[in-house]
Structure formats: structure tokens, C-alpha cells
Design a protein around this ligand. Structure first.
Ligand code: ZN
Length: 167
């Protein structure tokens, strides 16, 4: 019941991922329709209920433009798990503030990059210019496309691709 279910808005835009329990609840309360199943059935005393993989909300949900949450994991993912100073794929990675926090640097997408411990140490809490180090690319906020937001589920749920593609 914890398997992820893709939730589509009434206009078919993918907006969320919830668990099976919640998805079944939404269908039962008439707030969503089953779009795709294929994960078998839940057997109750009186009937069997198809287990959803994709559902669609009946009512259009209006929401602000989607954004990628600024977390360590998402910073690493944006930077393809690559140190933005030396280009190495390190197993242990850190988040570096390009303009250091202790000097007033802010925690925003444009001021954080993935750094290997060696480069982070070498930079040593200095601003970029003072450290004489160079970034591989200018850090930006990642696009909140459906593929970016929900792509990590695709390996296990490739049937979602047709609903995610193009949003
Ligand atoms: Zn490095």
C-alpha cells in the first residue's frame, strides 16, 4: 500500500506522487479516477479493487508554479553528483556555498554547488574570487519539469513516462 501512485491534475498535468492507500481513498471518495492500474487487486469481503498506478483528480487543483525543493540531495542531483570545482564523481559529496554563509551568503540555488571534500577544504570558506577556484558551470535553479520532479520514480514505474513526458 506504500507503492507510489502518480497523481494527475484534471488537465492531465502530473502534480504529485502519493501512496496507494491515499490514491485508493481519493478514488473511493469520488475525488479522483483511476487512469492506469496493472498492479493487481485489493481483495475486500465484497469486491476486488484494482490497485492504481496513475490517478487523475476530478477537480482542477490550482497551485503555484512547481519548484524543486532546495535540499542536499537535489543539489547533488542537479549537479549530476559531480564536484563543480574539479569535476570528480565523488562518493562522498558536500554542499558548498559559493559566497560563504558566514560572510552573508544566502542559501539559494544560485549560491550552492556540489563539492567534493577536497575542493570544499581547499576553498576553505573563502569567496570564489579569493579562492582562485573556478566553477564548471554557473549554478541555477533546476527546471521544475515533471520529468525532473518525478523522474526518479520512472525506473520502477516506466508506465508513467507517457504521462510525464512534455510537462
Ligand atoms: Zn572537487
Amino acid at each position: 500500500m506504500d507503492a507510489p501512485v502518480l497523481v494527475l491534475n484534471a488537465n492531465f498535468e502530473p502534480i504529485n506522487v502519493c501512496n496507494t492507500r491515499r490514491a485508493v481513498g481519493l478514488i473511493f471518495s469520488g475525488k479522483a479516477d483511476l487512469v492506469m492500474n496493472g498492479r493487481g487487486y485489493i481483495q475486500t469481503v465484497t469486491r476486488s479493487i484494482p490497485i492504481p498506478s496513475v490517478i487523475r483528480l476530478d477537480q482542477m487543483v490550482h497551485r503555484p508554479r512547481m519548484q524543486v525543493r532546495l535540499t542536499r540531495r537535489e543539489v547533488f542531483r542537479r549537479d549530476n553528483f559531480t564536484c563543480q570545482y574539479c569535476g570528480r564523481h565523488a562518493t562522498h559529496l558536500t554542499v558548498d556555498h559559493v559566497f560563504p554563509k558566514h560572510l552573508g551568503g544566502v542559501h539559494t540555488w544560485t549560491n550552492v554547488v556540489t563539492a567534493c571534500p577536497a575542493c570544499n577544504h581547499r576553498k576553505g570558506g573563502r569567496p570564489l574570487e579569493e579562492s582562485h577556484m573556478v566553477l564548471l558551470k554557473v549554478p541555477k535553479e533546476p527546471p521544475a519539469s515533471a520529468l525532473y520532479l518525478f523522474g526518479r520514480h520512472l525506473e520502477q514505474n516506466d508506465e508513467w513516462m507517457q504521462f510525464i513526458h512534455g510537462w
